[in-house]
Design a protein around this ligand. Structure first.
Ligand code: IPM
Ligand code: MG
Length: 354
């Protein structure tokens, strides 16, 4: 298993170090892994003047899977857009054609109190957001900022989807729904946007190949509301890039903390990039307080989706559960009566539980 490790910025290197500990513990048990490190984001800019250095992209292309920490930092905010850390992430997604972004939101029963929602609303929550990742407003052309005829600055982006782009991610959504609760809710804004009208048509066409999956449609504003009103009505949510970006942050808070959720970004051949949903959190970087569980759970997703090693993925997920059951909590999920630990100690606890 050739894995490219891209720690990135902020808390990225700290949380990645814990996931690597977990992988190394498994390799001591006979899992054959080959880890190679490269810089991305602000770290890429610092090392090579580019948030996605050519060497990093080459390493990622050659790897079977990529484990990424997070990118971004205040010191890069004033750089021209192409040099900003986020561009490294967007470009690697596009270059590797990682169009299907899987973002599961599951609540550990012990963390029900850490959620800002009432325990009865979130307990038992288990949903999967399938977000399209290489199209939409993020990549649509034309885009830019210009001075218009009235001498005023104006800015524009293009929301754009082709039917093949919608179809391929819809297939992933339906296939995942088949392995779960067989319900798929497609989220768009078809009452206003042509992009969404096409999205809905293609999803309906694709659904004919999955007659066992119960398909529903929801406008994104309603979906945002339903996610906090009654999140357990959802099994799989299938949505585009920008709506998925927003709804997945919202869904993460149902589980207590954005620090708990991993993600997978897959191409047509199950090659994938795995990363926590959270960002680089520069305000807490280097203080050993970040939650490494999202990154460790991302490594579990990597074993499941790219390498097909479900039993090992189960083992990692179980070890995370054990650490939580033992009452260990990083600051983001701490509640009175539990034991507060740092990032490295949480990683050690997961390794011990393995
Ligand atoms: C995410 C992030 C990225 C996105 C940013 C960092 C470019 O918010 O992975 O959800 O908008 O996709
Ligand atoms: Mg986001």
């Amino acid at each position: 298993m050739k894995i490219a490790i891209l720690p990135g910025d902020g808390i990225g290197p700290e949380v990645i170090a814990q996931a690597v500990k977990v992988l190394q513990a498994l390799s001591a048990d006979g899992l054959e892994i080959d880890l190679d490190y490269a810089a991305i984001g602000g770290a890429g800019y610092d090392a090579a003047g580019d948030p996605l250095p050519a060497a990093t992209l080459a390493l990622a292309r050659n790897a079977d899977a990529i484990l990424l920490g997070a990118v971004g930092g205040y010191q890069y905010d004033a750089l021209p857009r192409p040099m900003r850390p986020e561009q490294g992430l967007l470009r690697i997604r596009k270059e590797l054609n990682l169009f299907a972004n899987l973002r599961p939101a599951q609540l550990y029963p012990e963390l029900a109190d850490a959620s800002t929602l009432k325990p009865e609303v979130v307990s038992g929550l288990d949903l999967m957001i399938v977000r399209e990742l290489t199209g939409d407003l993020y990549f649509g052309q034309p885009r830019g900022i210009q001075v218009n005829a009235a001498g005023e600055r104006e800015a524009y982006n293009t929301m754009r989807y082709s039917e093949s782009e919608v179809r391929r991610v819809a297939h992933i959504g339906f296939q995942i729904a088949m392995k779960r609760g067989r319900k798929l809710c497609s989220v768009e804004k078809a009452n206003v946007l042509e992009t969404s009208e096409l999205w809905r048509e293609v999803v309906v066409e694709t659904a004919r190949q999955y007659p066992e999956v119960e398909l529903s449609h929801m406008y994104v504003d309603n979906a945002a509301m339903q996610l906090v009103r009654n999140p357990k009505q959802f099994d799989v949510i299938l949505t585009g890039n920008i709506f998925g970006d927003i709804l997945s942050d919202e869904a993460s808070m149902l589980t207590g903390s954005i620090g708990m959720l991993g993600s997978a970004s897959l191409d047509e051949n199950r090659k994938g990039m795995y990363e926590p949903i959270h960002g680089s959190a520069p305000d807490i970087a280097g203080r050993d307080v970040a939650n490494p569980l999202a990154t460790i759970l991302s490594a579990a997703m990597m074993l499941r989706y790219t390498f097909g090693r479900d039993a090992i993925a189960d083992r990692i997920e179980h070890a995370v559960k054990t650490a939580i059951t033992q009452g260990l909590r990083t600051a983001d999920i701490y509640t009175p009566g539990t034991t507060r630990v740092g990032c490295a100690a949480m990683g050690d606890a997961v390794v011990a539980a393995l």
